[in-house]
Design a protein around this ligand. Structure first.
Ligand SMILES: NC(=O)C1=CN([C@@H]2O[C@H](COP(=O)(O)OP(=O)(O)OC[C@H]3O[C@@H](n4cnc5c(N)ncnc54)[C@H](OP(=O)(O)O)[C@@H]3O)[C@@H](O)[C@H]2O)C=CC1
Ligand SMILES: O=C(CO)[C@H](O)[C@H](O)COP(=O)(O)O
Length: 486
């Protein structure tokens, strides 16, 4: 590099990976008076960003990783916004080679948290801080203020935290950015955030499907219903954009947009990872799991086609819904209650993950930073924040007074909707599993006792008794005497 092309090392922060998220984060930083050094593997993206938005702030375009790193003031702060997995490894390794002790590398992509723990350890050996940082908000959020979930050391947060807080969404004067915990904590909570996002969208889709199938409403009419719901307790970004998508008409055909989209939901991985992790932690995130499986089922087109041809539905066509408004209200209640269950399960998983990994995650602070900027932002996140403020050791959100009463108000409608869906042969796995979870939690006795008995019979797996301490086994193959097993 010649002296003439050597950039001055005066960039406040660098962003590499200038696709949807990276470009808008870079613009957001520039709009907040940062001198932003920008880089992308394919140079054209860098040039396009600066050509289109260069007047929004101070951008320093660079063509090589060496030039990119050299343009940063020390301690250097670098944000990586590329695809998770191998691309992130490739970029982190290339950039980290040029960093020095005390510099901070922020991975803002949707990395798997176990990868983040590995990368944190590898970089720590060289004195480079690694911050695994969940960022949510999509294209618009990245530009106007996302919700930011950084994980890493206190030292690293002291260096990059103020910058991240400055570009985050703000709700009630509080930035939607908080230091979540060490190493993988930020990406762990972002993963669960996305799992909740999957559950939320599945529930919304079921509500739409029921209103359409049972009431014969058009997508645009259902869009109006969602818009109305968005003015009440269900107010949230996802409910708001559901109204928008349902009202949209395909320009090419004049048909409702939702009718021209292939009904095969795709996924990049974070929902699936949430379920993997929940299985390992033993946390029943049934709402998230059903959402992941519903997407998987939608993609099994050959099976669906074969089944559609031969599997019978209900013996009789269901009677028309007698009271349209009452049914709409029942679906609203089913949606609200099932959402509360999905969020409760997600927060349970975060608490369990924190215990497992030694992260000091403040669940109330998390609810606080999810109130704005992120895809699951919703009015009731403020209720969740309040619930953890009232009872920091809350064992489940469902028992907090506000949610207990709110869900109780929804119960009859919720049950009606699940029954109605089953009778009409309309799949509503999200509503059904949420209700089953609720009833499972409140049951005096669960049939798990029978499961234990069966396990003991076929495998001598033992059981515990309700009336005395100890572990027991019944000698089923002999005289069925009970022996103490441990
Ligand atoms: N899109 C969204 O709504 C959200 C995305 N995220 C996460 O943010 C990250 C960025 O997402 P998004 O902006 O959508 O972009 P993509 O996930 O589509 O990633 C594209 C970017 O990755 C770069 N890239 C891919 N492979 C490599 C490689 N081997 N070496 C160097 N660069 C590489 C591309 O460079 P090139 O131009 O050269 O191909 C491009 O800049 C992802 O981890 C994503 O999961 C997080 C929240 C929301
Ligand atoms: O991180 C996000 C929002 O917070 C992404 O939009 C999300 O990953 C999309 O996931 P998928 O493609 O699996 O539906």
């Amino acid at each position: 590099m010649t002296a003439a092309t050597t950039p001055a090392p005066d960039g406040d922060i660098g962003v590499t990976g200038l696709a949807t998220m990276g470009a808008n984060l870079a613009r957001n930083l520039a709009r907040h008076d940062c001198r932003v050094v920008v880089h992308n593997r394919t140079r054209a993206r860098t040039d396009a960003l600066v050509a289109a938005y260069g007047d929004e702030g101070a951008f320093v375009p660079t063509g090589s990783v060496a030039e990119f790193v050299a343009a940063l003031a020390r301690p250097r702060k670098v944000v990586v916004m590329v695809q998770a997995g191998a691309p992130t490894d490739a970029v982190v390794e290339e950039v980290a080679l040029l960093l020095e002790a005390g510099d901070v590398l922020v991975d803002g992509g949707n990395a798997r948290y176990t990868d983040t723990i590995r990368r944190t350890r590898a970089l720590a050996e060289r004195g480079v801080h690694f911050v695994g940082c969940g960022i949510s908000g999509g294209e618009e959020g990245a530009l106007l203020g996302p919700s930011i979930m950084p994980g890493g050391s206190d030292e690293a947060y002291a260096i990059v935290g103020p910058l991240l807080e400055s570009i985050a969404a703000v709700v009630d004067g509080t930035p939607c950015c908080a230091h979540v915990g060490t190493d993988g904590a930020g990406h762990f909570v972002k993963m669960v955030h996305n799992g909740i996002e999957y559950a939320d969208m599945q529930l919304i889709a079921e509500a739409y499907d029921l209103l359409r199938a049972r009431l014969g409403l058009s997508p645009a009419e259902i869009g109006e219903v969602f818009a109305g719901w968005n003015a009440g307790d269900l107010e949230s970004y996802l409910v708001e954009i559901t109204a928008e998508v349902l009202r949209h008409v395909d320009a090419a055909t004049g048909r409702p947009f939702v009718d021209v989209v292939l009904d095969e939901a795709e996924q990049k991985g974070t929902g699936r990872w949430t379920v993997h992790s929940a299985l390992d932690l033993g946390v029943p995130v049934s709402g998230i799991a059903e959402a992941v499986f519903a997407r998987a089922l939608s993609g099994h087109t050959a099976q669906r086609e074969a089944a559609r041809a031969v599997l019978p539905g209900p013996a009789e066509d269901p009677a028309p819904v007698a009271d349209r408004d009452a049914f709409v209200e029942a679906v609203r209640r089913a949606l609200y209650a099932s959402k509360v269950v999905a969020y409760a399960q997600g927060f349970d998983q975060i608490a369990a993950g924190a215990r497992e990994h030694g992260w000091d995650i403040d669940l109330g602070a998390l609810a606080t930073i999810w109130r704005g900027g992120c895809i699951i932002r919703a009015r009731f996140l403020d209720r969740i924040r309040q619930a953890y403020a009232d009872e920091p050791d809350l064992t489940t959100l469902l028992t907090h007074g506000y949610f207990r009463d709110a869900v109780a108000d929804c119960l009859e409608g919720w049950r009606t909707v699940v029954v109605e869906a089953a009778r009409a042969g309309i799949p509503a796995p999200g509503f059904a599993t949420a209700l089953a979870y609720y009833d499972g939690l409140r049951a005096e006795r669960l049939p798990a006792a029978l499961v234990q008995g069966l396990r003991d019979l076929f495998g001598a797996h033992t059981y515990r008794r309700v009336d005395r301490e100890g572990v027991f086994h019944t000698v089923w193959s002999e005289d069925r005497r009970e022996v103490q097993a441990g």
